[in-house]
Design a protein around this ligand. Structure first.
Ligand SMILES: O=C(O)CCC(=O)C(=O)O
Length: 258
């Protein structure tokens, strides 16, 4: 097991079987602390294909978001871009990753679905974001921590170190007190992070000379609606999915092939 450099030391606290952490153990950490880094990374050749496929999407988005159109849409030098479910992004090793689904089924139940695919990219010059959650509490007036119902899978498309604008996480339920120390999500390209949609987090400054693209997929219990970016795919790509993929994407908007 290679937990990658820095920021993933939580793996050391996992209950381990002879072959490494179990899905149940990883799920328990995710449920208790709101995040967990998985012990295996995506194959490097898949990460390269995802990165090569993603960069033109990012470039197009950036060129369309000229200053007179509002410029970067997630803060200074920081862009959020939707990702289409088409090759190479519909690769089952990503969307139906067995290790991811094993952990998530323990946390979200067997009839989970995938209902969002996007990305976050801070460019050099990006600054701190305000600390925030990606989802509102289901019952804001009720001061209780409910079991998880929606979890984001983040995938680094490049190696991420302290200088390259890592996502920063504030473990545990509840808003972090002022001055709380976050945990940076660091690791080689292909590192997989699962984080509860309610986990407090922020983007951090990118002091390097290169962008830090990261994919975000949302998996949730079937009754939850995220409300933004319903997955869209054309019929030929939908029909190329496995049965498992179709079940995960059963609420996608499927457009005629073409
Ligand atoms: O990827 C990051 O650094 C953080 C992005 C984020 O949390 C957001 O834009 O809402």
């Amino acid at each position: 097991m290679d937990p990658g450099p820095g920021g993933v030391s939580k793996l050391a606290h996992l209950p381990t079987a002879a072959s490494g952490p179990t899905a149940e153990g990883l799920a328990a950490v995710l449920a208790a602390e709101g995040w967990v880094v998985l012990p295996e990374r995506l194959p490097i050749e898949l990460v390269s294909a995802l990165r090569e496929g993603f960069l033109p999407l990012l470039e197009r988005h950036v060129s369309e978001r000229q200053p007179h159109e509002g410029g970067p849409n997630r803060g200074v030098e920081r862009y959020g871009v939707f990702v289409p479910f088409r090759p190479p992004f519909d690769d089952p090793r990503l969307v139906e990753n067995p290790m991811v689904l094993d952990v998530l089924e323990n946390v979200l139940g067997p009839d989970l679905e995938c209902s969002y695919f996007g990305s976050d990219t801070p460019f050099p010059g990006a600054e701190f974001q305000p600390v925030h959650q990606d989802g509102e509490p289901l019952f804001p007036e009720w001061n209780a921590h409910l079991p998880p119902y929606a979890v984001i899978l983040n995938v680094c498309l490049v190696d991420v170190d302290r200088h390259r604008g890592p996502l920063e996480l504030f473990p545990g339920p509840g808003e972090p007190p002022p001055g709380a120390d976050p945990v940076p999500f660091l690791g080689p390209a292909g590192t997989l992070l699962l984080r509860d949609i309610r986990l407090w987090h922020r983007g951090s400054p990118n002091r390097s000379d290169r962008a830090r693209p990261m994919l975000s997929l949302l998996y949730n219990r079937p009754w939850f609606r995220f409300g933004i970016g319903r997955p869209t795919m054309n019929r030929s790509h939908y029909e190329a999915l496995s049965q498992r993929g179709r079940t995960l994407l059963r609420n996608a908007c499927v457009t005629p092939a073409g």
